[in-house]
Design a protein around this ligand. Structure first.
Ligand code: ASP
Length: 411
């Protein structure tokens, strides 16, 4: 039976015909995933037909409507481009970008899509070099298309989107989109997220954003500013939350309408340009009670000159770090962020904070730790240390907001 695992078969059992995909089984019975999604085991059966699922259906060429805007989809992998591999039971990336478009025909009512497959990787395998190559690809596409969509694994999507937000100045929307559930599952969020991302990519927007389900229903997506969003749940479809700033807007799936919520950068407000050098010797260190400053010394000895600390509360690490920090900040940039996520760093309230400031630590304002990390990579890649020290506290692409207003979860 091993040889037909993962294949589509037609069998005769109990006097009836059943069709489905053969699942791996340890019991000796034949387990079929039927078209309705249920798995059924058979002991007595006769296999009538075997079809190899790897035989791919040819997708017809996509019709282009001259009245619609042109959008480029750059596929990088992740669940949005995945299907369950029934031979192993794992989720693996299998689709090219054209196949994604073929699977979501509504896209053709919104825009003309060109697609390319840049990577086919799960986002935990993204590296800084992938961000840079992607930024260059998006930059090229922005010269030709009304908007660009990047399909990406959700785990590290916010890092990549932030990296592009710093590297690119864009007059047009650059939309990151993913899926929490692969498209062969009934609960998949892939199609709606893609439709909403196409509406965003053709809208009056000029910045890098993330578009994902806002609720657990198929009602609307949020448009999150790339540098203000975090994946906050491992599996829920509404996993992405804007932090310290509201989502820029919501895209209603039914009506295909966008309602804008917060101040945004509009289409054509900025000129297209790219600054794509990134310094990789930058590290993010999460402090916990008892963590010794040796960790700083270790990275320093390896040549790291950019440090983001994810401190406690208003932005603290224990006072036994002060001496090491004083040494490190002489020729490095050390930025404090908070494990609280919501709120702003203020190192002027407690003694510890004042010592940290004196030791040369820079307050990271209301930046997310991972955004501060990416910003530091970008700043140290493109500016001298002193200039980077000035710029790190300044808002560049919306990563720092001026008010400490607490944005509620509902908009
Ligand atoms: N591990 C996957 C990734 O980030 C999960 C996803 O795509 O949602 O690529």
């Amino acid at each position: 039976m091993e040889e037909i695992v993962g294949k589509k078969v037609k069998i005769k059992a109990k006097g009836r015909i059943f069709e489905g995909i053969v699942m791996p089984s340890t019991t000796g019975s034949l387990v079929l995933k039927l078209n309705n999604g249920y798995n059924v085991g058979f002991v007595d059966y006769e296999v009538i037909e075997v079809e190899d699922l790897e035989r791919r259906e040819e997708k017809p060429p996509i019709f282009k409507n001259p009245k619609l805007p042109n959008v480029k989809i750059i596929s990088t992998g992740g669940t949005i481009a995945s299907k369950v591999d029934y031979r192993t039971g794992a989720v693996t990336s299998q689709f090219t970008a054209e196949e994604i478009v073929g699977d979501v025909p509504e896209l053709a009512e919104i825009c003309n899509v060109d697609a390319c497959l840049l990577y086919n990787i799960l986002s935990e395998n993204m590296k800084v070099e992938h961000w840079v190559k992607l930024a260059r690809e998006v930059y090229k596409s922005l010269k030709k298309y009304e908007g660009v969509i990047v399909t990406h694994g959700t785990d590290t999507m916010a890092y990549t989107a932030s990296a592009l937000a710093f590297m690119l100045s864009t007059p047009k929307p650059v939309v990151f989109v993913g899926a929490q559930r692969s498209s062969d599952r009934p609960s998949s969020d892939a199609a709606m997220n893609l439709v909403c991302s196409a509406l965003t990519a053709t809208s009056d927007l000029g910045e890098v954003v993330v578009v994902m389900h806002a609720t657990t229903s198929d009602d609307y997506c949020y448009i999150h500013r790339a540098v203000k969003v975090r994946k906050c749940h491992t599996s829920r479809r509404d996993a992405f939350k804007s932090i310290n700033y509201p989502p820029l807007g919501k895209v209603i799936y039914d009506t295909r309408k966008i309602t804008w919520i917060a101040d945004r950068i509009r289409r054509n407000e900025k000129e297209l340009s790219i600054k794509d050098r990134m310094e990789e010797k930058v590290v993010l260190i999460k402090f916990f009670p008892g963590l010794k400053p040796d960790i700083l010394e270790y990275y320093y000895s390896k040549g790291y000159r950019g440090f983001v600390l994810e401190g406690t509360g208003l932005g603290h690490v224990s006072t036994d770090w002060i001496d090491t920090l004083r040494k490190v900040t002489e020729d490095s940039l050390v930025v404090m962020t908070s494990q609280c996520l919501w709120g702003r760093i203020c190192d002027r309230v407690y003694d510890t904070g004042r010592y940290l400031l004196k030791a040369g630590v820079v307050e990271g304002e209301d930046m997310l730790p991972e955004v501060a990390l990416v910003k530091l990579m970008w700043l140290l890649g493109n500016y001298e240390l002193e200039e980077a020290r000035e710029l790190v506290r300044k808002n560049i692409v919306g990563e720092i907001t001026s008010s400490t207003r607490y944005w509620e979860a509902e908009y």
